[in-house]
Design a protein around this ligand. Structure first.
Ligand code: GLN
Length: 190
């Protein structure tokens, strides 16, 4: 993993691409929109943004990006998926068929907080990974990540449920670290 990733791709199919680009700028990285395989050349890391996972998954397939994205991740470069991006990384989606990249050993449950609490903000539970204390998380029709495999490390929880996990170079957040001013998640990944 590079000590400081400078050139970071943001999958630009649908979703909050621009907010991630701004968040990356805040941690001194340069964001590049990824829409074709060629766009991955020379990147140090990659972000899969939030949005609508079904739409993003269709776009990934249509653009022929499924295997290139898998190869990018398997080469060991950091990949961060947020919200819908986290769903795309999962090995499986429990409640709706979304073709995923299968890079993270968790089962994603879409819209797992139901319609009553479409969106909310909450602080991570005590005992988060070093440097993440007090992190405030914004959830928007958020998924949950269940049944993490042995290689998955839970870096932060809210109400006891994993909200930020890591499996080697793969990171997934069920919330939106690109919203607000806290740069810690982007910094951690890079
Ligand atoms: N509910 C969306 C989905 O299932 C994810 C929401 C988001 O990315 N903010 O794809």
């Amino acid at each position: 993993m590079p000590a400081a990733a400078r050139r970071v791709g943001v999958l630009a199919v649908q979703g909050d691409v621009e907010a991630h680009a701004r968040a990356l700028a805040r941690v001194g990285a340069e964001a590049f929109r990824v829409r074709r395989e060629k766009d991955l050349d020379g990147l140090d890391a990659l972000v899969l943004p939030g949005g609508e996972s079904t739409t993003i998954a269709k776009g990934v397939a249509r653009l022929g990006l499924t295997e290139p994205l898998r190869e990018f991740a398997r080469a060991g470069r950091p990949v961060l998926g947020t919200c819908a991006g986290a769903i795309l990384l999962a090995r499986e989606v429990e409640n709706q068929p979304v073709p995923t990249l299968g890079l993270l050993d968790v089962v994603a449950v879409r819209n797992a907080y139901g319609t009553q609490v479409d969106s909310f903000a909450a602080q991570v539970d005590a005992g988060a990974a070093p440097g993440l204390d007090g992190l405030r998380c914004v959830f928007i029709r958020a998924p949950q990540l269940r049944r993490p495999g042995d290689e998955v490390e839970v870096l932060a929880r809210v109400d006891g449920r994993p909200v930020l996990v890591r499996q080697g170079n793969i990171f997934a957040a069920t919330f939106h670290p690109e919203l607000g001013e806290d740069p810690r998640v982007h910094r951690l990944v890079l």
